[in-house]
Design a protein around this ligand. Structure first.
Ligand code: HEC
Ligand code: HEC
Ligand code: HEC
Ligand code: HEC
Ligand code: HEC
Length: 174
């Protein structure tokens, strides 16, 4: 399936992809920042980081897994069953949790499923959250501030002298 997707994308994108020269690729350029629709709960990174929390407290996968992951209402309620329990936003949160529901966070950063990306491997190499996501700790509302286009991946891989072989990020089959 991943292979088929890439194959279709390759056909569509042929005019801009020069297979013979890995650095000649242009691809799409994103207009930043990209705003997203309002989140189901008005969550502020700025408030929570200011209160002493660390990125990995909520995005527990970032150090050891491909996915950083997003927290569920139960994790928020570890604090919010006591903190600001009367606030309308926290009551919304508690209601979602009581229904056993998942919080449908509106996604900000996402690559297509024919792209391989691992947080763990980038963090082990010493990359910081800010390089790919901007100053999250200063934001009340997140928008996409750093591009996830192929050219953006390539630019950093050039700087860090990391491979730009197609199969590094795409499953090309045999
Ligand atoms: C470690 C404890 C802790 C966790 C976990 C936590 N928060 Fe908070 N949250 C706080 C603190 C502290 C404040 C600031 C309270 C204040 O302004 O006095 C806050 C404020 C808020 C507010 C603003 C409430 C208001 O009306 O002013 C919202 C909304 C909120 N948090 C949502 C969340 C969500 C959603 C999660 C889970 C993703 C979460 N919080 C996880 C500690 C926590
Ligand atoms: C209290 C829990 C909490 C902490 C601490 C926290 N985050 Fe988040 N993060 C969330 C929640 C909830 C969302 C989804 C809502 C949103 O996008 O604002 C999110 C979303 C994100 C997203 C967008 C994900 C996507 O693609 O949809 C990024 C990037 C992110 N956080 C980075 C960070 C970084 C970097 C830090 C440390 C500076 C951090 N977060 C600290 C709870 C947290
Ligand atoms: C080298 C770039 C890079 C770095 C460094 C990075 N991220 Fe990401 N992040 C991405 C990309 C690309 C995606 C989209 C991944 C996808 O769609 O599979 C993403 C997605 C996310 C998401 C959405 C949920 C998920 O895992 O897909 C969160 C949350 C997140 N990052 C948090 C963080 C935090 C916290 C850090 C630092 C500890 C961090 N990221 C470091 C590039 C990066
Ligand atoms: C800020 C710099 C930076 C950005 C941006 C970046 N990378 Fe990387 N990437 C690195 C470094 C450094 C390594 C080497 C890691 C190692 O030594 O294993 C790497 C390695 C990789 C690897 C090989 C290791 C593994 O996980 O299998 C893949 C795949 C990869 N990157 C995909 C991506 C994709 C996809 C993007 C864009 C969405 C991206 N990278 C953006 C710095 C970056
Ligand atoms: C470092 C990771 C990385 C490498 C190496 C890489 N790509 Fe990509 N590629 C991406 C990402 C990320 C996207 C998705 C961009 C988007 O749609 O947001 C992508 C998308 C594509 C697309 C879909 C069209 C488009 O522009 O979105 C094609 C076709 C493609 N890549 C071909 C290639 C070819 C051919 C090579 C080898 C020359 C290659 N890629 C090497 C990360 C990479």
């Amino acid at each position: 399936m991943r292979f088929l997707c890439l194959w279709a994308a390759l056909l569509l994108a042929q005019p801009v992809v020069d297979l013979s020269a890995q650095t000649a690729y242009k691809g799409k350029i994103e207009n930043l920042p990209v705003e997203v629709a309002p989140q189901p709960i008005a969550f502020s990174h700025k408030t929570h980081i200011a209160s002493g929390m660390k990125c990995l407290d909520c995005h527990t996968g970032a150090a050891a897994k491909e996915r950083a992951g997003l927290p569920g209402a139960d994790q928020c309620l570890l604090c919010h069953s006591a903190i600001k329990a009367d606030s309308p936003e926290i009551q919304k949160l508690a209601a979602v949790n009581e229904r056993g529901g998942k919080l449908d966070w509106v996604r900000v950063y996402q690559v297509p499923d024919f792209v391989f990306f691992s947080h763990a491997n980038h963090l082990k190499a010493g990359e910081r959250c800010t390089a790919c996501h901007g100053d999250v700790e200063q934001r009340d509302v997140l928008a996409k501030e750093v591009s996830t286009s192929m050219i953006e991946c390539m630019n950093c891989h050039v700087k860090r002298e990391v491979s730009r072989e197609c199969h590094l990020c795409h499953d090309l089959g045999q």
